[in-house]
Design a protein around this ligand. Structure first.
Ligand code: SF4
Ligand code: SF4
Length: 480
C-alpha cells in the first residue's frame, strides 16, 4: 500500500530547536485525567509526604498505569478538583516505587522479560506506548505482531523527534536494544524521514547493526507519521494482533527505566503558535503549573490554549491547572470571537488555502499567522472534493458527512468511516469549514457503541439459552 493524500501546512509559530528548563515550581497540579488515562485509584492520603517516583494513583481500566510523583512533596487531595496537588515540592533523589515482593512474584511467573515489563509499567515508561491501530495503551504483558518506532512528529507544533534525540542517541540505541529483548522474532520498524540530513544519517549508521530493526523511510508529509497509517503502509493487519507503537521519547523512557531503574517523570513539551513569545521546547514534569507557562511564554491576552497540535489537539480547559502526563505540546492561537465583517470576500493575502483561490497563492512560500477565526466561511458542502484528496485513509469524508447529516449510520459504516485516523486534514482544507473530523469521530464512537450493545445482547441471549438448557436437563433428570 502506498501513501495517499496528506498535506503540509505552513504556519507561523513553529517552536525553535532549543530546549529550555523551566524554573522549579513550588507546587505541582497533577490532573487525574489525560487523553487516554483516568487515574481513579488513588494510592496516597491527604497530607502524606511522598518521594519523587512514588505512585500517587493508577488507572484501573488501563493495566493500572501509574501517575507518578515527579518530585518529593506533600499531597493535597482536596485543594483542587480532579487534581492531586503536591505542595512544598523539592528536588530530591528519585525513588523507584517497586515492591520487592511483587518483583519476586513476577520473576517466578514470567522470568526476566516479565520483570522488564513490570518495570516499564511501574516506572512510567509504558505510558509512551500505543496500539498502532486503536491508539489505546497496549497490554504490557502481551506479545505484539510488530513494533513501530517513529522518530517523527509532523503535526504543527508538536515536539519533534530530533529535538528529543539531541545528544541522546546512545540512550536511544540502548532503549532499542531493551525493546528488542522484549521480543522473540517480531520486527521493529524504525520510521525515519527520507531525507539526507546529518542527523538522519547519524541515526541510520547507529541502527545498521540491529538485526530485528528494519528501516522505513517516509516523506515528510502530514500525517504519514500517524501510527495507523504506518501500520497499514507496512501491510500489518488490525486483526493480526496488537502492533506496539512508540516515539523517540518512549524509547528514551525505556532506556531510563531499564538501564537506570529510574522513574520517567520529565518530558520535553513544545510551546508554539502565534500567541507565544519565542516558540520553543520546554523541559517540564507532569503537574507543572500552566499559569507559570502562560506567564513565561504567552503574550496574547485573548488566546486559545490547545493541549496538543493544531489539527488534533483539544482546548485546554481553564480548570486544568497543570500539564498532564501525556502532553506533547501546547499550542496558542489568537482567539477571534466575532465573525469578521465580509470576511469571506476578503482577498486573503495573508492566508493559505488548499484551493489556491486567494491572493496568497501569488505570494512566495510564507508562514500563515493562524488564528481561530473562520472568516465567514461556515456554509454547506460545495462538493469541491478537497477533503477526499487530502485524506490519508482513502475514504470520502464529504460523502460520510452527507450520510451522517441524513442519519444514515449504516451507509456511513459501509463508506468505511472506521478507517478515519482523525488527522484533521479534511476539516482544515474544507472551504466551507465543516468540522468533518469531529463528525467522523462521533460517528465512529456511535457505531462502536452500537456494535458493543449488539455483542452484549448476543452474550446475554447465549447465557439465557444456556440457563434454559440446564433447567430443561435438570427437570428431565428429576422426571426420570
Ligand atoms: S476523514 Fe479522517 S483520516 Fe481522512 S482526512 Fe479527515 S480526519 Fe483525516
Ligand atoms: S472539503 Fe468541505 S466543501 Fe469540499 S467536498 Fe469536502 S466537505 Fe464538501
Amino acid at each position: 500500500m502506498k501513501f495517499k493524500g496528506g498535506y503540509n501546512i505552513l504556519l507561523k509559530g513553529r517552536p525553535a530547536s532549543t530546549v529550555k528548563a523551566m524554573p522549579e515550581p513550588k507546587s505541582l497540579y497533577l490532573p487525574l485525567y489525560s487523553e487516554r488515562f483516568t487515574f481513579t485509584d488513588i494510592r496516597v492520603k491527604d497530607g502524606q509526604k511522598v518521594s519523587g517516583g512514588d505512585i500517587l494513583a493508577t488507572d484501573p481500566n488501563n493495566h493500572a498505569v501509574p501517575l507518578l510523583a515527579p518530585r518529593a512533596g506533600k499531597v493535597s487531595l482536596k485543594a483542587i478538583e480532579n487534581h492531586i496537588v503536591l505542595e512544598d515540592v523539592a528536588r530530591l533523589e528519585e525513588h523507584a516505587d517497586i515492591a520487592e515482593k511483587e518483583l519476586q512474584h513476577v520473576e517466578r511467573e514470567m522470568g526476566a522479560a516479565g520483570i522488564k515489563r513490570y518495570k516499564l509499567l511501574s516506572l512510567g515508561a509504558w505510558q509512551f506506548f500505543y496500539d498502532a491501530f486503536t491508539g489505546a495503551l497496549p497490554d504490557p504483558l502481551g506479545t505484539p505482531q510488530a513494533v513501530i518506532v517513529s522518530t517523527l512528529s509532523l503535526e504543527p507544533f508538536l515536539t519533534r523527534g530530533d529535538i528529543q534525540l539531541h545528544k541522546r542517541l546512545l540512550n536511544f540505541t540502548r532503549g532499542l536494544e531493551h525493546l528488542q529483548s522484549l521480543l522473540e522474532y517480531q520486527p521493529i520498524y524504525m520510521v525515519m524521514p527520507n531525507i539526507s540530513s546529518e542527523f538522519a544519517n547519524l541515526i541510520r549508521n547507529q541502527i545498521r547493526g540491529y538485526a530485528l530493526v528494519k528501516m522505513l523511510e517516509i516523506p515528510l508529509k502530514y500525517p504519514y507519521d500517524h501510527f495507523a497509517i504506518l501500520a497499514r503502509r507496512l501491510n500489518l493487519k488490525a486483526d493480526g494482533g496488537s502492533v506496539w507503537a512508540v516515539r523517540s521519547e518512549g524509547v528514551l523512557a525505556v532506556d531510563r527505566a531499564l538501564t537506570l531503574t529510574k522513574p520517567c517523570t520529565v518530558r520535553i513539551v513544545s510551546i508554539g503558535g502565534i500567541g507565544v513569545n519565542m516558540p520553543t521546547h520546554m523541559k517540564v514534569m507532569p503537574g507543572y503549573p500552566i499559569q507559570k507557562i502562560k506567564e513565561n511564554y504567552i503574550f496574547e491576552p485573548a488566546a486559545r490554549v490547545i493541549n496538543g497540535g493544531i489539527l488534533t489537539g483539544r482546548i485546554l480547559e481553564a480548570d486544568t491547572l497543570g500539564v498532564d502526563t501525556e502532553c506533547r505540546g501546547i499550542t496558542v492561537l489568537r482567539e477571534l470571537h466575532e465573525r469578521e465583517f465580509l470576511g469571506f470576500i476578503r482577498p486573503g493575502w495573508s492566508r493559505h488555502s488548499y484551493a489556491n483561490c486567494y491572493l496568497s497563492s501569488l505570494r512566495k512560500k510564507f508562514e500563515e499567522k493562524y488564528t481561530t477565526g473562520v472568516r465567514g466561511e461556515l456554509r454547506p458542502c460545495i462538493s469541491c472534493n478537497f477533503c477526499e484528496e487530502v485524506c490519508p485513509a482513502g475514504i470520502m469524508p464529504h460523502l460520510i458527512h452527507k450520510y451522517l447529516y441524513a442519519d444514515l449510520i449504516e451507509e456511513a459504516e459501509q463508506a468505511r468511516v472506521d478507517l478515519c485516523v482523525e488527522c484533521g486534514l479534511c476539516s482544515y482544507v474544507c472551504p466551507s469549514k465543516i468540522d468533518l473530523r469531529k463528525q467522523l469521530i462521533e460517528a465512529k464512537a456511535l457505531i462502536a457503541k452500537e456494535k458493543e450493545e449488539i455483542r452484549q445482547e448476543q452474550l446475554r441471549q447465549k447465557e439465557l439459552q444456556k440457563q434454559q438448557e440446564e433447567a430443561r436437563k435438570l427437570s428431565e433428570e428429576k422426571a426420570q
